[in-house]
Design a protein around this ligand. Structure first.
Ligand code: GLU
Length: 365
């Protein structure tokens, strides 16, 4: 496939269950209309939009004859299976009023851990955008269990944004942004934070959800903003209830924007290094000496057998492993050129080939 052109503005828009269902168990048509109106407006501005949406489980409850979200895993999965269909039909119908088309992508954490599946997901999303079709993504709840779950769609949206190297992440919710004081019970609030770094104080201001049918709350949104901004992706949290929505991810541009904006705190990591550091499944670990640690962190060097002190667990050539110092602190991850049994035989010795090449190694922040 030809190299895809880099879009001027690729935006991931996260839509929460609370705004689609108003905290209830079915999609409120008016609410969806509002969200889709914003999406259509962004598309008209020339932005490429990727939607990460919740609402499958909530929409499936009525189909199963349930009045509230069940606790049992198989019922949650059944609700997701029944509701995902309704969710997609609703989006598809609503978007069609603007002449817009959409496609469904369901993901699990395992899809992100496996390099090939990760690249497949990314390529599909980019191919859809190239054909002007809006990818609508949700977690594959019908088959997800805790071990393979992202858990909440705020996290999923940030990881999708990182995977597709988005220019911005917009988290739509039912509140205008992050307030310096907020009481979820009474709705009493202080000042809206506009442009702010994510400090421990800001993290403390966020609370979880008080709604039965929803996951997360403001705390998972701020955690998602943290993932995105560390990957160079500015994030805005705002309300979908506004009649018109202005977004600008450019810091210091003077452009008006609604909500709370968290600017990027780091330059985007090369996407392979991002995958190694944050997504790849680790199969074992290598304990290295202080000299090797310094050479990897400060010198950007490859990991050589002579700097390895110990090899833990068994893994194959090509697997991703954690690299830790003698105190047990994991400071990097990388793809190994040797199996664990081969590494054991060359530990601390000079070997012709590096154990992990610097291009296949990512230092953790
Ligand atoms: N994926 C779930 C759903 O579609 C929701 C998870 C979330 O809201 O974060 O119902």
């Amino acid at each position: 496939m030809k190299k895809l052109k880099r879009y001027s503005q690729k935006i991931v828009v996260k839509v929460g269950s609370s705004i689609l269902t108003g905290g209830g168990t079915t999609i409120v048509a008016e609410n969806l209309k509002k969200v889709v109106g914003h999406i259509a407006h962004f598309c008209q501005e020339g932005k490429s939009i990727i939607v990460v949406t919740s609402g499958a489980i909530a929409s499936g409850l009525a189909v199963l004859g349930l009045k509230k979200k069940p606790k049992e895993l198989e019922l949650l999965q059944a609700a997701a299976a029944a509701g995902q269909n309704i969710l997609m039909q609703s989006y598809s119908h609503s978007l069609s009023h603007y002449g817009l088309k959409c496609a469904q992508i369901l993901l699990t954490k395992e899809d992100f851990q496996d390099r090939q599946r990760y690249l497949n997901a990314r390529n599909t999303i980019n191919a859809l955008l190239k054909c002007s079709v809006i990818p609508i993504i949700n977690e594959n709840d019908a088959i997800s269990i805790d071990e393979i779950k992202f858990g909440d769609n705020d996290t999923l949206s940030a990881r999708v944004a990182a995977a597709v190297e988005a220019d911005g992440l917009l988290i739509l919710t039912d509140i205008e942004g992050v307030y310096d004081r907020f009481n979820a019970k009474t709705g009493a609030r202080g000042n809206l934070l506009k442009d702010t770094p994510i400090t421990p104080e800001v993290e403390k201001m966020a609370c979880g959800t008080d709604k039965d049918s929803c996951v997360g709350g403001m705390s998972t949104k701020i955690a998602a903003a943290k993932i995105a901004t560390r990957q160079g992706i500015p994030t805005i949290i705002t309300s979908s209830n506004l009649d018109s929505l202005s977004i600008s991810f450019k810091k210091d541009s003077g452009e008006y924007f609604d909500g709370t904006r968290f600017s990027a705190v780091a330059a985007a990591k090369n996407s392979k290094k991002h995958w190694l550091a944050y997504e790849a499944k680790v199969k074992g670990s290598l304990v290295v000496d202080d000299g090797a640690k310094k050479a990897l962190i400060d010198g950007g060097k490859s990991l050589l057998a002579c700097g390895i002190h110990e090899c833990r667990e068994s893994f194959k050539q090509g697997d991703v492993v954690a690299i830790c110092d003698k105190q047990g602190q994991i400071f990097a991850k990388g793809k190994v050129n040797f199996s664990s049994s081969d590494i054991v035989s060359i530990l601390g010795k000079k070997a012709k080939k590096e154990v992990i090449h610097c291009d296949e190694l990512s230092i953790l922040e």
